[in-house]
Design a protein around this ligand. Sequence first.
Ligand SMILES: *Cc1c(COP(=O)(O)O)cnc(C)c1O
Length: 403
Amino acid sequence: MEYQVALETSQLLDEAKKSILFTAARPELVMERGEGMYLWDTDGKRYLDFVGGWAVTCLGHSPEIIREALNRQAGTLINSSPSFYNKPMIELASLLTGNSCFDRVFFASSGAEANEGAIKLARKHGQKNLGGAFEIITTTNSFHGRTLAMMSATGKQQWESLFSPKVPGFKHVPLNDIEACLEAINPNTCAIMLELIQGEGGVHTVDAEYLNRLRKVCDDLGLMLIFDEIQTGLGRTGKLFAYEHYGIEADVMTLGKGIGGGFPLSALLVKEPYNIFEPGDQGGTYSGQPLAMAVGFAVVNEIINKELSYQAEEQGNYLMNSLREIAHSYQLKQLRGKGLLLAFDLPEARGTELVSECLKDGLLINSPNSSTVRLMPPLIVSKDEIDNMLQILCGVLDRLHIS
Ligand SMILES: *Cc1c(COP(=O)(O)O)cnc(C)c1O
């Protein structure tokens, strides 16, 4: 019988450095196991996870409900090709349309891919209904993904000259500046796309009045309004979808991250008037893949049935209040966000250092830019775990003399 001796962590790291394409400086550890709010590395060290794979593992790590859905579906049907309907695909689509203001769903595997679909649909709308208009207005400081077109859509300064030439047809305007948006609109404009809370940009929330004006402008000019709810969707902000905070509906919405609870899954949701793709316009090998659909159904169903958006609101309030209590001692500024998508600014631009010191103390937090800390734990986080996180965080802030 063949068997493999478990590799020591140092051997694993040597092998990783030889065989993994370098795209990021990763810490000197290898993650091995996850359960609930915790991850363990190959040395058995435990980490309290307030990143959740970037707002992905909304039900925590390896929850029973996902393992059960995977097992059941894997024993029934893993892949039937996108040419056919399958049962979990239909179930997940009706669960999403039944619990949102949208009528139709297209499934993909990553957020960027769902957004690509939204942009294609916007250009189709431009061709069909707006005399060939093709330009999409997005916001500076936004994040929409890493495909070439989504890098163009993303309003990130560091990306401006990366991998040029960029996909043309995107204009960036500052969030919450209605005049700038009105000025950018021209006969070539077919759509406006934005996040309701800019996640990667540092947790900046859209104003209700601004959003209201965008909706009116889009209605008046026949432009498509697209909400990228890949980070804000599915309970994270204290509502099932962030648009519910505003009572303002988009024509098109994209979901990703939390929808699969860690399994690669994303969705493009569309209102009936924009059900305008023709055969051949849009597709994908893994669109509606049964395994992903079964997981998505289990995850979304759990979020709805267990009222996890309410849980996110309650625990988010507790986390925010706890942060307020320590904010003065450590000079933490601009406490912001909704539900369990929160952030604050440090008195010094030492976010990277803070993140790596927290890692040493067994806590995962995120720093989307050098002076901002972002917290986006699984929606199942408890008050004890929040207290625990703050205790580790304060210890590290003390040690680094950040205050
Ligand atoms: C993460 C994210 C994306 C990209 O999703 P991927 O799955 O990484 O392609 C797009 N938009 C927003 C708002 C995101 O947070």
